[in-house]
Design a protein around this ligand. Structure first.
Ligand code: C5J
Length: 226
């Protein structure tokens, strides 16, 4: 057991690092770089870059402390067989899922835009979960991967705060995981949604999680990061 206490809201949380995973949600070029899915929806993708450096620091500390690190990517099969029509038809983007853009076909596995950004590239051996939905548990082996390693606590980072991070935290909470969300390691195209999403997580005594920041987790892990 390597129990540490993380400063968080609505209250500090003690976790066993041996039962804790760092989860990096969808830090993909398609969301963060110009020319991808996020930009096709009319968003200012530069807003998401604020999360990169805090994520990089937390990732380094988590690796040094020997935590399980899991990366996720949102995307679809090239034949779109796993993309519901309701998702494909939604809105009025400049490019739809599957269309060809400057980073290849939008939100399609194997295309350059589907890649994780180079700043947060996975290390050999770190699982990468490809998910067709917003949550990391839906239609993936994420749950099996966590339970197989005895994981009870998740530190959930990534983009966007109110969509894939929130959906994953809600899914995880219902499955019995304690979720810590470092605010500066998440970002949204809508700063107001980012703040509201974090407020929702920690309201009502932490109705489905705890909110902290990168420094809160890094400081707590300090005794175990040589
Ligand atoms: C979105 C995500 N926003 N990763 N996906 O469509 O949050």
């Amino acid at each position: 057991m390597r129990v540490v206490t993380v400063t968080a809201e609505p209250q500090a949380l003690s976790v066993d690092l041996d039962r804790t995973a760092l989860v990096m949600i969808d830090m993909q070029r398609d969301f963060i770089e110009p020319g991808g899915f996020g930009a096709s929806l009319g968003n200012d993708v530069s807003l998401l870059r604020a999360a990169i450096d805090p994520c990089r620091q937390l990732l380094a500390a988590a690796r040094a402390a020997g935590l399980l690190v899991v990366h996720t990517r949102e995307g679809h099969r090239p034949d779109l067989s796993d993309a519901p029509r309701a998702k494909l038809e939604r809105g009025a983007p400049s490019l739809r899922i599957g269309d060809s853009g400057p980073m290849g076909r939008i939100l399609i596995r194997g295309e350059p835009g589907h890649d994780l950004i180079p700043e947060l590239r996975p290390r050999d051996g770190e699982p990468v979960v490809d998910k067709p939905g917003k949550g990391a548990f839906y239609a993936t082996d994420f749950g099996a991967l966590l339970s197989g390693r005895g994981i009870e606590n998740l530190i959930v980072c990534g983009v966007t705060t109110e969509v894939c991070v929130h959906t994953t935290v809600r899914e995880a909470n219902d499955r019995g995981y304690r979720c810590l969300v470092p605010a500066d390691c998440c970002a949204s195209y809508f700063p107001a949604f980012h703040h509201s999403a974090l407020a929702m997580i920690k309201a009502q005594g932490g109705i489905f999680g705890w909110v902290t920041d990168a420094a809160g987790v890094i400081n707590a892990m300090n005794p175990f990061t040589p």
